[in-house]
Design a protein around this ligand. Structure first.
Ligand SMILES: [Zn+2]
Ligand SMILES: [Zn+2]
Length: 156
């Protein structure tokens, strides 16, 4: 193994600039030891002082990948072990994402309808939200929202 002259950077995992779209936000501070949680309590893993042992990408079985990250072996092992990650690109395909957005809009309209005491709109929107929920269930039933764990794969 050659020396990379590159610091291990697991820090990106806990932040918005990390591959959050692939982590689904499952990587919270509760996964790190108290000595690794930063002051703000938001970043799950602290800044690592070690040299990186290699470049890694998160990858799911159908090859959705995250950005290249320099990691030391300790962090490689720790991140893989502690992250019961589900690939959110798999679990939330575009059809599913579109449904979630429909649902968010419908819920927003529902709040307004309640505010306006518009009972007809409330009934219509409740039915719509139920229908969206049923469509989500249908996607899952058809196996279109699989939960696939991710792995760190070494890259050059
Ligand atoms: Zn490290
Ligand atoms: Zn995937």
């Amino acid at each position: 193994m050659s020396l990379l002259h590159q610091r291990c950077d697991p820090y990106g995992y806990g932040t918005d600039r990390g591959p959050r779209h692939l982590m689904g936000g499952v990587f919270g501070p509760e996964y790190a030891g108290s000595d690794l949680v930063l002051e703000d309590g938001l970043h799950g893993i602290g800044v690592c002082e070690r040299q990186a042992d290699g470049w890694f990408v998160m990858q799911c079985p159908v090859a959705h990948t995250g950005p290249r990250m320099p990691l030391c072996w300790q962090h490689k092992v720790m991140i893989e072990r502690r992250m019961a990650a589900t690939c959110t690109a798999c679990v939330m395909p575009p059809e599913s994402r579109a449904l979630w957005e429909d649902q968010r809009r419908a819920e927003e309209s529902l709040r307004r309808a309640y505010g306006a005491r518009d009972e007809q709109a409330v009934a219509r929107l409740k039915a719509l939200i139920e229908d969206i929920g049923a469509q989500q269930v249908e996607l899952t039933r058809r196996g279109l929202t699989p939960r696939r764990p991710m792995k760190l794969v070494e890259v050059s």
